[in-house]
Design a protein around this ligand. Structure first.
Ligand SMILES: [Zn+2]
Length: 494
């Protein structure tokens, strides 16, 4: 399992205000954490700072914790089933920090104390105060820590400090010259290393997957359970009539389109033929750094809404509604895009997710035409949509992604945006967080998050699938993986 560490921008600011001293000396502080467990990555999610009381630490060039401070913080953490993190600063240092001899000794010494009180391994972190770069490690034993791959700070921007030993910076390729010219090599290196997941690869998700691959991202995941049908072909650019005839999985088509568009030297694409509403789908999603939500149903949206806060993985969501007049003519269209990140209103608070629709979706009632007619609800599935406008949604979501990871002019993601087509007006929606919002209250809960997943899959997802179709797709995937490997081998040897 890869190890990663994450915290909110708010907590990062609080810890930094304490650790980066005006007098240039080192300082120390303790925080708590919980695990967020994916398939291949475990992330320590920092919860809150436990500030030192007078006399609980010594600041004298090399700052140190007192035993009393560590025991108090660990005892407080145990009450909430949390572990503890010992943090210290390296004044004026920048980038990923190694572990010096004295730092190693301190953390190794407190490893047993932390474990015996909290039952969880100790996490150690260092702040390089120049450029606010975090680094960290987990002490599974007192001999040697496991260094994390990255530390991400999630807020209106996503800032990731990478451990070059665990995840080397990819070199920009010749194909990416114009991209690098837009934001510089350093940002390109950081963006290329992000693991990006696109959930739902219909018209919008397919377009996003292709463009993220073209940007140079090395690890792209696509998740969907649906197959391509004839009625998708007027919007899924890159899907063929044969895809529809063969009822190929949308993930398979997205993989093909993204591979064609990819510019990274080592491009890895993972397909997840599961629903995000299952424990398996959720675990897969927790391995990623950024998620695009391109689903049109409330249940998957609710799961992603909780992941954005509980697991500190920024989620970029969007959607379109086309209104028609009773005589069938077009009245208008509205599309919305928003980043779901700590410090910004969640999908429920900004009106993109309604509690009653979520309940209906979980009960399987959004698939009952009779019920839908009676309730007057307009589910996204089956609603009118056109290729010419789907691109506006993906464009809005991709622009939000650029604000999140490249922060043009130092500004992060915008407030939720709504575009009204008839009058061509873009609005910044004045959405605020509800006082009792359960999603946002669940910030940094990790595996203790609101449980929204279940094994009963939504019926639409399996309806169109047959055993023969699944077998055929499996064989095709194996063949594609094999030929892909062959092609890469030929490229290297040639
Ligand atoms: Zn909310």
């Amino acid at each position: 399992m890869t190890i990663s560490i994450a915290m909110t921008q708010e907590l990062s600011n609080e810890l930094e205000a304490h650790l980066a001293r005006a007098d240039g000396q080192e300082d120390v502080v303790i925080a708590t954490y919980v695990w967020s467990t994916g398939n291949t990555r475990r992330t320590a999610i920092l919860g809150r700072a436990v500030m030192p009381a007078p006399g609980e630490r010594k600041v004298h060039g090399n700052a140190s914790f007192t035993g009393g401070y560590v025991v108090r913080a660990a005892t407080e953490a145990r009450e909430r089933s949390e572990g503890i993190v010992l943090l210290h600063s390296h004044p004026d240092a920048t980038g990923w920090q190694g572990l010096s001899g004295p730092d190693h000794n301190t953390e190794s010494e407190y490893e047993r104390v932390a474990r015996s009180i909290t039952g969880l391994p100790l996490v150690g972190m260092t702040l390089g105060t120049r450029g606010s770069s975090w680094s960290g490690r987990v002490w599974e034993t007192s001999a040697e820590p496991t260094h994390a791959e990255s530390v991400r700070v999630s807020g209106s921007t996503l800032r990731v400090t990478w451990n070059e030993d665990r995840r080397r910076a990819p070199r920009a390729t010749e194909y990416q010259r114009r991209t690098v010219a837009a934001w510089g090599e350093s940002i390109q290196r950081d963006i290329a290393r992000l693991k990006v997941l696109v959930v739902g690869v219909g018209s919008v998700g397919l377009d996003i997957a292709a463009r993220i691959a073209a940007t140079g991202v090395e690890h792209l995941g696509v998740m969907d359970v649906d197959v391509v049908e004839e009625l998708n072909l007027d919007r899924m650019i890159g899907a063929t009539r044969e895809d529809a005839r063969e009822r190929r999985l949308k993930t398979e088509v997205a993989a093909r389109v993204a591979r064609t568009a990819a510019t990274a030297t080592d491009f890895e694409l993972q397909t997840h033929d599961v629903s995000i509403t299952t424990p398996e789908g959720l675990a897969a999603a927790l391995d990623y750094d950024v998620i695009f939500s391109c689903v049109d149903r409330p249940w998957p949206r609710a799961v992603l809404n909780s992941v954005a806060y509980a697991d500190l993985i920024p989620v970029i969501d969007g959607g379109i509604a086309i209104d028609t007049l009773p005589d069938g003519r077009m009245r208008g269209a509205t599309w919305k895009t928003h980043a779901i990140v700590p410090g910004r209103p969640c999908m429920q608070c900004n009106g993109q997710l309604r509690v009653n629709e979520l309940t209906l979706d979980r009960a399987g009632l959004l698939d009952s035409p009779k019920y839908i007619r009676q309730s007057g609800i307009q589910p996204g599935t089956g609603a009118p949509n056109v290729a010419a406008l789907a691109a506006s949604v993906s464009a809005g979501m991709l622009a939000t992604f650029v604000s999140l990871v490249a922060a043009p002019a130092g500004i992060g993601v915008p407030a939720p945006l709504r575009y009204a087509l008839a009058v061509h007006q873009l609005e910044h929606l004045p959405a605020t967080s509800g006082m009792f919002c359960t999603y946002e209250k669940g910030t940094a809960l990790g595996d203790k998050r609101l449980s929204l997943v279940s094994n009963s899959c939504s019926p639409t997802s399996q309806r169109t699938d047959s055993r023969r179709g699944r077998l055929r797709r499996c064989a095709r995937r194996l063949l594609a993986a094999f030929t892909g490997r062959l092609a890469r081998l030929a490229e290297r040897t040639g």
